[in-house]
Design a protein around this ligand. Structure first.
Ligand code: PBG
Length: 334
């Protein structure tokens, strides 16, 4: 029988793993505060900080409280925040017209957060799902999510959000032609410097459940979103989507959900060398927290491992509800 040194020709992978100092020297990827984007949920009213049943330790904030939370996030070193609204049910309609209200919840939150933390990046979203009475991301006509009319609506919404002070406009509704149309609308209104983050590869996923509760669309959504979101079985299609988004003028591209789609992040990063973000969605958060609550997972280690997985896959930044927690962990360790 051969010795191990004969088998490996004297190569021993474990030499570089013996000590923490050695592991640090050969570590290929790192996570830093610079990688974090914190999605928050806002709701009508004042003085409200309400816990969400399916997202342990995530609260929904009224605008005044959101401003305070944003300031805390900024002080923790988080670069940017993303806003998702839970608007009153009676303001929702078939076309999501409330998205155009300059004094709507999102735009109020943008203004309050800008005042509280002027150097915190603010990302808004033009998708219609929090504004429609059916929970779909686009305008529903005769059972069909109509593409071109939706794009017209969200392009106008982009201008309204830019006017409120949003720094980056994101589009999570997967309509065709939206990036180019939003670019045109922003430029026409003089917002040439406002960036576009495209949810380029957004999959029709089961992992969005808790988010839908947080924005109040869980009860109203009929059917699913598979006529506009991507099929989870596809990968080449994400390249095609990215090609179009980039040619239409996307400044950043994103893959969503995150953990089940790390391969897509890697492919897009390799193919396009663009700023590529990952969205660790609500269902991923809930899965980790369910494991933690049951005592099956070590919270800190599970969270940090999920983060480094995104970095290893090639993500430049990560949307995560864990952002404040991760920032605290990073600060403690530095
Ligand atoms: C829809 C939208 C979704 C999320 C953010 N915006 C998905 C959906 O409801 O279909 C999900 C975010 C999450 O699950 O954390 N525009």
């Amino acid at each position: 029988m051969r010795s191990i040194d004969e088998i490996t020709s004297n190569r021993r992978m474990r030499r570089n793993r013996r000590f923490e100092w050695n592991r640090r020297l050969v570590r290929e990827n790192t996570l830093s505060l610079n990688d974090l984007i914190w999605p928050i949920f806002v709701t009508e009213g004042t003085g409200i900080v309400e816990p969400l049943a399916t997202l342990k330790n995530v609260d929904r904030y009224s605008v005044d409280e959101a401003a305070k939370a944003a300031k805390r996030a900024f002080n923790l070193g988080i670069p940017a925040i993303a806003i998702f609204p839970n608007i009153a049910l009676e303001k929702r309609d078939l076309t999501g017209s409330a998205v155009l209200d300059p004094d709507g919840l999102v735009n109020q939150a943008v203004r309050a957060i800008k005042l509280a933390a002027p150097d915190l990046g603010i990302i808004t979203d033009v998708a219609l799902d929090p504004f429609t009475s059916h929970g779909h991301d686009g305008i529903l006509r005769d059972g069909i999510i109509v593409n071109d009319e939706t794009v017209e609506q969200i392009s106008r919404a982009a201008v309204v959000q830019a006017r409120a002070g949003a720094d980056i406009i994101s589009c999570s509704e997967m309509m065709d032609g939206r990036v180019g149309a939003i670019r045109d609308a922003l430029n026409e209104a003089g917002y040439n410097d406002i960036g576009i983050l495209s949810y380029t590869a957004k999959f029709a996923s089961a992992f969005y459940g808790p988010y839908r509760e947080a924005v109040g669309t869980d009860q109203m959504l009929k059917g699913d979103k598979s006529t506009y979101f991507m099929d989870p079985a596809n990968s080449d299609e994400a390249i095609y989507e990215a090609m179009l988004d980039i040619s239409e003028g996307a400044d950043m591209i994103m893959v969503k959900p995150g953990m089940p789609y790390l391969d897509i992040i890697r492919r897009l990063k390799d193919e396009f060398s663009m700023p590529t973000f990952a969205y660790q969605v609500s269902g991923e958060y809930a899965m980790i927290m369910a494991g933690v609550e049951n005592g099956f997972l070590d919270e800190e280690r599970a969270i940090m491992e999920s983060m480094i997985g995104f970095k290893r896959a090639g993500a430049d930044a990560i949307f995560t509800y864990f952002a404040p927690k991760v920032a605290e962990i990073l600060q403690r360790k530095s």
